[in-house]
Design a protein around this ligand. Structure first.
Ligand code: 5GP
Length: 212
């Protein structure tokens, strides 16, 4: 039987999800979907590797022709998951991972209720704030841009209550082990994942938001 699963991971920017996903992909056969976006590439980002960087016109055409599994606007740019590769991989029995923001995540869940939704929380808003400031020193982002990211992050975290599972990226080793545990157990029906269920992480989400 084809047991391939679709995993959706959302996390605010600056939360360190890239490192976690790299660790998960290292020893698991999992297809990381490459999104289309209308935003400009950042330094070091390659077309066709990190994203398919396309124009608004191309994006609009793809959307009209039902080329996306989901798409959304985030921080003034369009992002979308190409539908065909995801469907092909799942049909071939390969697990698929989408790393997308909440609007898109809920669109996918509505179409494919068996998809597993995971939200990765920062340990606190102040840790996110520190990380975004550190990153901005390298990228040259302005304070205004950082504040916009923080406010978007808060809005995203408010949606964590409705995900299937929620985990915290505090200690890196623990977070990698939690992510692998969630991935493997969710593939086998979700046994042993009670503590990660969003309903059981409510106080942690409350706590992160309280200090926001
Ligand atoms: P960034 O521009 O920092 O790479 O990504 C901004 C946000 O867009 C992140 O939350 C990321 O998860 C999300 N994102 C990336 N690709 C997609 C996509 O295909 N669809 C949606 N809905 N969000 C995406």
């Amino acid at each position: 039987m084809n047991n391939a699963k679709l995993f959706i991971i959302s996390a605010p920017s600056g939360c360190g999800k890239g490192t976690l996903i790299k660790e998960l992909s290292r020893d698991n056969e999992i297809f990381n979907s490459i999104s289309c976006t209308t935003r400009a590439p950042r330094e070091g980002e390659l077309d066709g590797v990190h994203y398919n960087f396309i124009t608004r016109e191309e994006f609009g055409r793809l959307a009209e022709n039902d080329g996306f599994l989901e798409h959304a606007e985030f921080s003034g740019n369009c992002y979308g998951t190409p539908k065909a590769p995801v469907e092909q991989k799942l049909a071939a029995g390969i697990d698929v991972l989408l790393e997308i923001e909440p609007q898109g995540a809920f669109q996918v869940k509505a179409k494919m209720p068996e998809a597993v939704m995971l939200f990765i929380l920062p340990p606190s808003i102040s840790s996110l704030d520190r990380r975004l400031h550190r990153r901005a020193q390298e990228s040259g982002e302005t304070e205004e841009m950082i504040q916009k990211r923080l406010s978007t992050a808060k809005g995203d975290i408010e949606r964590a209550y409705d995900y299937d599972y929620v985990m915290v990226n505090g200690d890196l080793d623990k977070a990698v082990s939690d992510l692998k545990n969630i991935f493997h157990s969710a593939k086998n029906g979700g046994e042993g994942l009670e503590s990660f269920k969003a309903a059981n992480q409510k106080e942690i989400i409350d706590e992160v938001l309280k200090n926001a």
